[in-house]
Design a protein around this ligand. Structure first.
Ligand SMILES: [Zn+2]
Length: 284
């Protein structure tokens, strides 16, 4: 019951940010006559809708974090329904304020007729360079306008999808019904492949024996704490999280390899992690 109440509450948060986003988009459009929402990159990437979708779904994210609630699958359906509703609402705002010869367009057309006409009469204009200078003439999309609209709806819904995925993969204590909090992390850098292999082997061994404290001490000695990109090729990260209610801890070890762009790529096969009821910290 408590869960259902929280689901409803979080949906309300999401609905409020969705409405706000719709109004802001309408305001931008009426002030600068620029439809940020329908901004496309290379004709097919609905960037404007994607960014707007994130803003609209942000309420779900903050609600879920604030109430320490892990949104269930039903919330995703909910989020998608609200994002489709928001899309229609944005169109409806345009429709209700549009005037033709001093009269509201509603005087001539129903909303659905307007939607059909506005989609099939969508035109695209290529803008290039820094100043977004218009190139050539605007091209009418006609029937393709529906595909164009669908791409925007998908882009808008993507924000909900990504935030839901992010929330559902975060560590969550099912017993206390709250998210784990970060207790810090530590990085070590090395260029010694053998030492790295040795550390990983020992860490796996200790993990099997549930001796996580020892992994923290071992890691502290497993390389330099300062990164030298000219020298170091490998990085190992320790990540410590805990449930503030019951004191359950989670420790993970992640291994990274330097790529050609002086950045780190994770070697996912070498990632390990475990839970412990023992108090863990980096200050041991
Ligand atoms: Zn807990």
């Amino acid at each position: 019951m408590k869960n259902i109440f929280k689901d409803v509450l979080i949906t309300l948060f999401g609905a409020v940010t969705s409405l706000l986003t719709a109004f802001i988009l309408y305001w931008v459009e009426s002030r600068w006559s620029m439809s940020f929402y329908s901004l496309m990159i290379w004709f097919i990437i609905p960037a404007g809708a994607g960014v707007s979708g994130f803003a609209a779904a942000s309420g779900y994210y903050f609600g879920a974090r604030f109430f320490n609630h892990k949104p269930r699958k039903i919330i995703l359906l909910n989020m998608l329904a609200v994002s489709f509703g928001t899309y229609l609402f944005i169109q409806y705002l345009d429709y209700s304020f549009l005037e033709v010869e001093g009269k509201s367009v509603a005087h001539y057309l129903s909303f659905w007729e307007y939607l059909d006409i506005s989609m099939t009469n969508t035109s695209v204009q290529i803008r290039a360079g820094r100043g977004h200078v218009k190139v050539g003439n605007a091209v009418e999309l006609q029937g393709l306008g529906y595909v164009y609209a669908l791409l925007q709806v998908i882009g808008f819904a993507l924000g909900s999808f990504v935030l839901h995925l992010y929330l559902s993969t975060r560590l969550y204590c099912e017993k206390c019904l709250r998210y784990f909090s970060s207790k810090g992390n530590a990085s070590r850098y090395t260029d010694n492949k053998e030492a790295l292999a040795d550390f990983i082997k020992k860490a796996i061994n200790l993990l099997e024996k549930h001796n996580l404290t020892e992994i923290i001490s071992l890691h502290a000695e497993a390389g330099s704490s300062k990164c030298d990109l000219k020298k170091h090729y490998f990085k190992t990260d320790l990540n410590l999280k805990s449930c503030k209610e019951c004191g359950k801890h989670h420790l993970s070890v992640n291994v990274f390899k330097k790529n050609g762009k002086d950045d780190w790529d994770e070697i996912h096969d070498l990632s390990i992690g475990a839970m412990s009821m023992k108090e863990l910290s980096f200050k041991n």
